[in-house]
Structures are given as structure tokens and as C-alpha cells.
Design a protein around this ligand. Structure first.
Ligand code: ATP
Length: 284
């Protein structure tokens, strides 16, 4: 038996760090939404008790370090599944980009194996399993648009997000999420973005309001470490994107664009700056 599952990328429309907790995690407030840039997973049942990961992407781990592997292991152990699975990851989402590619692969694995092995696990329980794998995985299990609090695992869905184009550009630099969070000083953040105002704008279908309330407190850290991310933001604004922000800990920068007629110009203009540029639709 074989099954396919789509694993879309997420972007952060806002990201605030409230404080560092005793357990080492940061207490965050984030509004995330999915975009139509996705990895595709092919899940094939194996008769023997084994998990195999393969991918055309040469630069991700294929062993137990892969989040899809960890998701498969978790579900096999927890539900005592004896058969195995071969998961082929057709990677399209840039890796270590702030787009939660690995988390989305893990979430898609949970959804896909739930179907493949007919386990009937309810969505809430799949999210709880996801939280054991990583802070962004619960959101990726259900997708859509949501406010995420706690360390990212407590989710409140947000309805009615305005549709738009999203142009994403990833400069060729490596950003370590752990390093960026390690450098954030939560008591020293000049401007906190407002989750409430962003949520209101989304619920009102107010595209201009969404653009006005974009904000990510991790930008200060990443932009200092990598000035080219700032240059990319400026280029995107100059080319006419309606709202521009770095996603997660970066380095991917995205631009929200309401008019299709502007998308090609922004896309082509950015290709002069970096190789990895995508123009996709928001996904709700
Ligand atoms: P986030 O936005 O959640 O911080 P990210 O987009 O910055 O995530 P990922 O693409 O998820 O980062 O990759 C981070 C690291 O995780 C990579 O360096 C890679 O070695 C490892 N990894 C494990 N599993 C996967 C996977 N299935 N796909 C991509 N990377 C993976």
C-alpha cells in the first residue's frame, strides 16, 4: 500500500518572545499560516519492522535525526504497529530556512501513517504527539492559520485570512535557530508586535491591516548577524511588496502581495539577489 501526503511550509505573520522559561524554552506568541510551497511525502508500507527514509535532497539527515523518522518511530511505538514504512521525502521547502520544513514533514508523517495504518487517531491526539517532536509540529498537523502560544504548541485557529500571493526569498546563508533564540534578550525588545491586532486584521479580512501589523522580534538578532537579510527586505519593499517580514529565525524573507500583476516583477527582481525565490499562494 502506498500513500502521498503534502507537507506545506509555514510563515510567521508575527512572532514575539515573551520570556525565557525555567525549562529553557522561550514563551512565545506567534501567528502562523501555511503557504503553497510544499514537500511531498510518499509513504509505502513495508512488511518488516523497519523505517527507511530517502530523499533526493542530499543535505538532510536520513537516519533517526530526520524528523519524519522520529514521527514514524513515535507512532509505531505508541500504537504498537509491527509493520514498517519507507518514507520518500520529495523536498521542495528550503532547509533551515525558517519555514518549518522538517516540522511539516514530521506532521505529514503523523497524518499519513494515521491513514496508512488505519489508526483512527483524532486530530487533537496527533497534535499532542507532534508536540513531543518539536514546537512547530502541532501547528503543522492541522495547518490553516493559528495563534500559537506556550512554546508554540498551544493553538487557537484563526478564521477567514485574506488570500494573497507570497513571494519567498532565501539568501544562501545558514542561520541556527538555537543561536538566534540564544541571543534574544526578552527584557530588551524595543517594539513588541501585537498578536491581538494581527488576529483582528486577519478575522476582518483586512489585507492592509495584516501588512501593517507584520512583526518578528527575531529579526533584530538575525539582521545583525546577517546584513544581507536586511538588504533583501529593502529590495522586496522597493520592488513593491505590500508587506515584508523575515519568517521564524530566518533567513527567508517573505513579501505579501495582493495584485497578481506585481508578482512577476518582484520575483524577477529578487532573482538578481538570490537563487532561491518562490512565488506561491497563501493556503487558506
Ligand atoms: P523552523 O522554522 O521550525 O525553525 P527551519 O525551516 O528553520 O525550521 P528545517 O528545514 O526544519 O529548519 O531544518 C532544520 C534542521 O533539521 C536541518 O538542518 C536538518 O538537518 C534537520 N532535519 C531533520 N529532519 C528534516 C527534514 N525532514 N527536512 C529538513 N530538515 C530536517
Amino acid at each position: 500500500m502506498k500513500m502521498y501526503e503534502k507537507a506545506p511550509a509555514k510563515i510567521n505573520l508575527m512572532l514575539d518572545v515573551l520570556h525565557k522559561r525555567a525549562d529553557g524554552f522561550h514563551e512565545v506568541e506567534m501567528i502562523m499560516t501555511m503557504v503553497d510551497l510544499a514537500d511531498r511525502l510518499e509513504l509505502s508500507e513495508l512488511p518488516r519492522d523497519t523505517i527507511i527514509i530517502s530523499s533526493q535532497a542530499g543535505y538532510i539527515p536520513l537516519d533517526e535525526k530526520n524528523l519524519a523518522f522520529q514521527a514514524a518511530r513515535l507512532i509505531k511505538d505508541r500504537y504498537n504497529v509491527k509493520s514498517g514504512v519507507h518514507i520518500h521525502l520529495d523536498k521542495r521547502i528550503p532547509v533551515a530556512a525558517g519555514l518549518a520544513g522538517g516540522s511539516s514533514d514530521a506532521a505529514a508523517t503523523l497524518r499519513g501513517l494515521n491513514r496508512l495504518w488505519r489508526l483512527g487517531i483524532p486530530a487533537q491526539e496527533l497534535q499532542e504527539l507532534g508536540a513531543e517532536l518539536g514546537s512547530d509540529v502541532p501547528f503543522c498537523v492541522t495547518g490553516g492559520t493559528a495563534l500559537a502560544t506556550g512554546r508554540g504548541e498551544k493553538l487557537t485557529p484563526i478564521n477567514n485570512p485574506p488570500q494573497c500571493w507570497v513571494v519567498l526569498a532565501k539568501p544562501p546563508i545558514n542561520v541556527s535557530t538555537a543561536e538566534v533564540y540564544g541571543r534574544v534578550r526578552s527584557n530588551n525588545i524595543a517594539v513588541h508586535p501585537s498578536a491581538r491586532k494581527m488576529q483582528q486584521a486577519i478575522e476582518a479580512g483586512d489585507f492592509g491591516g495584516v501588512c501593517n501589523h507584520l512583526g518578528n522580534v527575531l529579526e533584530d538578532v538575525t539582521l545583525k548577524l546577517h546584513p544581507e537579510v536586511q538588504q533583501l527586505k529593502e529590495a522586496m519593499i522597493k520592488l513593491g511588496a505590500d508587506g515584508v517580514l523575515m519568517s521564524g529565525s530566518g533567513p527567508t524573507v517573505f513579501g505579501l502581495v495582493s495584485k497578481q500583476s506585481k508578482v512577476a516583477r518582484i520575483y524577477n527582481g529578487l532573482r538578481g539577489f538570490c537563487k532561491e525565490v518562490y512565488a506561491v499562494r497563501s493556503l487558506n
